[in-house]
Design a protein around this ligand. Structure first.
Ligand SMILES: Cc1cc2nc3c(=O)[nH]c(=O)nc-3n(C[C@H](O)[C@H](O)[C@H](O)COP(=O)(O)OP(=O)(O)OC[C@H]3O[C@@H](n4cnc5c(N)ncnc54)[C@H](O)[C@@H]3O)c2cc1C
Length: 729
């Protein structure tokens, strides 16, 4: 604890001590007030300014330090200063006192809470930012919540002092008035319980509901306001229209059909979107071929003869196409039609919040209406405006799969997941790969130790990784393609045959006519969604890459559930999207799989954590497969087994991670993983061993020492000196 905090606590303790020591709480009683009313009144008449100042100062201290007696002080305000001045003095003094209590709680506790429960505090802050004023007003009006608790609790949130003081002042006025008014009739009060009758308490409770009702009405008016100027159709063709047949669109349409809604899915290109046609599926197929090449090249690790790998790139790419074709039926229009979805081939654009224009692939156009619309138009690779880059006919994840010849020298721009997966795969397939990354490391979203391990493997597999290199210009020099990069003030020349651009993705919003319905995009190109996945209209939703913030197939599917369910049933109940346990995997070798917080994120969010590591070089299965490298790192709160985050780096990392993801999602700690039987020898045993490492580090040393003594005593000996019981010849 820092010195200022300690000092403040000592000052508060001293004032409270003096107050109680001098029986301040006994002075502030109804009887005392009634007995001395006349004499105090006389003194006040002669010393009005001093009396008002002194009264206000005592009131501030009583409320700021949450001392007992605020109710009596309020009655005194009415008794000595009358209704008007009493109300003014009390309401100002009580607001100042409440604000001081709020500030003291914030100063003493908020940082500690943020450090310990960063995620929960951040969530609470988001709620307070949105609706804090309504909550505070309700708490102030409903008489069951003690004011001193409200002051302290609100101080722990991120509410602005200004908002706190203003809302408190307004919402405390009715209650203050009742007490001040009662104070003007002080002689007739037998006990403070007389002041507020049951009827009055009920009225306050009803008044307390007012902010909540106001919040609902404001929300309702706001939601109606966005539709001003639009004519809502009387009838609709569909319950739900979905734009885009990728992961997000398919899941939205599937859910709608499953609950018997009339739904149409409009896709302008290929069903399955990026994941099936140009993303997850082809990349994983290519990576598998690359892994096979690597195994052949290093067959000697398994007692076989290593062979020079002579792959036919054409055959590899044909295999990739075969894999796509095999998965394709899952996402095909035929399957979705059977499920009850109208699949429409065409491009959709907005006419109104309920109406789309569809330009069919044969040139026809038609207009379709629906109660709700889901935008699931995905994203595309971003190609930065670097001089000369376009003239290189750059490869991207969109056109890469049409490649017929393997590039001999491949330059990959980007050290994120897509750039890294593809750079590594091409290197293992025999291309001479140079990977250029502007930042200081590969996979910058992961912790440094993760990036380090990936970098080492890339270098071992021949990828020429150039960190802190920023591509500045592309040229053709004597018939050869050349990139110039800026690196620590120098210009570095990199000749190449093909360049693959993987520096990020841009949301697909062009052609949707979003401006026609007044929806702007965010600076990063995605559309702004609320927590229920709606856009500015409560009946128009977005999900998947077009909405962000994640760019994964499973994230798209997750969001799609919220978009479809809120789109169909939002009038009755709206669900808020929950991203708390979002896992992801980067399919490099070693694989990198993560869920929850990384160390860097925990530090940035001020979350207290401890790290448990388990090296996969210890795992029997990994050793048996000559893949004994990598690690598991689990973050837990100090002293607790709750999982804050886990990262697995190594073979089968994605599969191993599933166990941590399940545990996090359902609130199971490391003790539960440790207490679960894992078959031997599996990769997933590593999760149990990681949990074992945590347990070992938290062994109850004191109890173990006692046990050691107990066992010694039971053996009749009190020494535990180890002796060698086996000595090899
Ligand atoms: C190389 C690569 C590898 C990847 N690997 C993985 C991985 O291993 N795991 C993972 O989880 N994610 C991976 N991803 C990311 C994943 O592919 C995306 O997150 C996912 O496809 C997003 O789905 P979506 O439905 O939002 O968009 P998309 O799949 O892009 O679908 C959007 C669809 O909307 C259509 N469309 C656009 N505009 C209109 C319009 N106006 N009218 C009608 N149709 C329209 C498009 O044609 C497209 O078919 C990878 C991506 C790439 C590029």
């Amino acid at each position: 604890m820092n010195r200022n905090k300690l000092l403040l606590i000592l000052i508060i303790a001293a004032i409270v001590g003096v107050f109680l020591g001098f029986d301040g709480h006994k002075l502030l009683t109804l009887e005392n007030l009634q007995t001395h009313q006349a004499s105090i009144g006389q003194w006040i008449d002669q010393n009005l300014v001093l009396a008002v100042g002194g009264y206000a100062a005592i009131y501030v201290v009583v409320t700021a330090l949450s001392l007992p007696g605020a109710a009596i002080m309020t009655l005194a305000g009415g008794a000595f200063f009358g209704n008007l001045y009493g109300l003014a003095a009390v309401s100002i003094a009580s607001t100042i006192g409440a604000s001081l209590a709020f500030l003291v709680a914030r100063f003493l506790m908020r940082d500690t809470l943020r450090r310990r429960y960063g995620e929960t505090v951040a969530k609470m802050d988001r709620g307070i930012e949105k609706d804090g004023a309504f909550y505070l007003a309700t708490l102030r009006l409903v008489p069951v919540f003690p004011f001193f608790l409200i002051n302290l609790a609100m101080g722990l949130t991120a509410m602005k002092l200004r908002t706190y003081a203003l809302v408190s002042w307004i919402a405390m006025l009715p209650g203050t008035f009742v007490y001040v008014n009662a104070g003007t009739q002080l002689g007739q009060i037998q006990s403070t319980g007389d002041i507020v009758s049951a009827d009055l308490l009920l009225s306050f409770a009803l008044l307390g509901l007012f902010p909540l009702i106001a919040k609902f009405v404001v929300g309702f008016i706001r939601s109606r306001k966005v539709y001003a100027g639009w004519q809502k159709p009387e009838h609709f063709d569909y319950n739900l229209l979905v734009i885009g047949g990728g992961s997000a669109g398919l899941v939205s349409a599937y859910i709608a059909a499953a609950v018997k809604a009339k739904v149409a899915l409009i896709e302008k290109h290929k069903m399955g979107g990026d994941c099936l046609n140009t993303g997850c599926v082809p990349s994983k197929a290519l990576i598998r071929s690359a892994k096979a090449a690597d195994t052949l090249r290093h067959a000697n690790r398994y007692g076989l003869e290593s062979v020079p790998v002579k792959g036919s790139f054409k055959n590899i790419m044909n295999r990739v196409k075969d894999v796509i074709a095999k998965v394709e039926p899952h996402d095909s229009p035929e399957r979705y039609r059977k499920l009850g979805v109208d699949c429409i081939a065409g491009e959709a654009s907005f006419v109104s919040p309920w109406e789309l224009e569809v330009r069919h692939n044969d040139g026809r156009t038609e207009r379709l209406t629906a109660r709700s619309i889901v935008v699931a138009t995905g994203g595309k690779p971003a190609v930065p405006p670097i001089t000369g880059l376009k003239d290189m006919q750059p490869l991207t994840s969109d056109n890469l799969w049409e490649l017929e010849e393997q590039p001999e020298r491949l330059l990959v721009l980007g050290g994120g997941p897509i750039g890294s997966e593809l750079a590594h795969a091409f290197a293992r397939l025999g291309s001479k790969v140079t990977q250029v990354e502007m930042g200081e490391r590969l996979l910058a979203k992961e912790d440094e130790d993760v990036s380090e391990l990936v970098l080492k493997q890339f270098q071992a597999d021949g990828v020429d990784v150039r960190l802190k290199h920023s591509a500045a210009e592309f040229r053709i020099e004597e018939g050869e393609k050349v990139a110039y990069c800026e690196h620590e003030g120098e210009r570095v020349r990199i000749p190449f045959d093909q360049v693959l651009v993987a520096v990020g993705r841009a949301a697909n919003t062009a052609g949707l006519n979003l401006d026609r319905i007044g929806v702007d995009t965010l600076p990063n190109g995605t559309v702004p969604v609320e927590e229920d996945m709606s856009l500015r209209y409560p009946n128009v939703f977005a999900c998947g890459d077009v909405a962000g913030p994640y760019q994964f197939t499973h994230a798209a599917a997750h969001q799609a559930w919220y978009a479809a369910v809120n789109g169909l049933f939002g009038q009755f109940k709206r669900f808020k999207v929950d991203y708390r346990v979002m896992p992801w995997v980067t399919f490099t070798s070693p694989e990198v799989a993560r869920v929850g917080l990384s160390e860097a994120e925990a530090k940035a969010q001020g979350v207290a954590y401890e790290v448990t590591r388990y090296g996969l070089d210890d795992l029997d299965r990994a050793i048996a497969e000559s893949e004994d490298h990598g690690f598991i790192k689990v973050l837990t709160p100090p002293g607790k087994d709750k999982i804050l985050g886990a990262v697995v780096v190594g073979s089968h990392a994605g599969e191993i991670l599933a166990e941590f993801t399940l545990a996090m999602k359902h609130g199971l700690g490391l003790n539960k993983i440790l207490g679960t039987i894992h078959p031997y020898p599996t990769w997933n045993e590593s999760a149990k061993y990681a949990a074992g490492e945590w347990k070992r580090a938290h062994a109850p040393e004191g109890i173990l020492k006692l046990l050691e003594k107990l066992h010694g005593w039971r053996r009749g000996k009190n020494t535990n000196t180890p002796r060698s019981i086996y000595a090899p010849d």
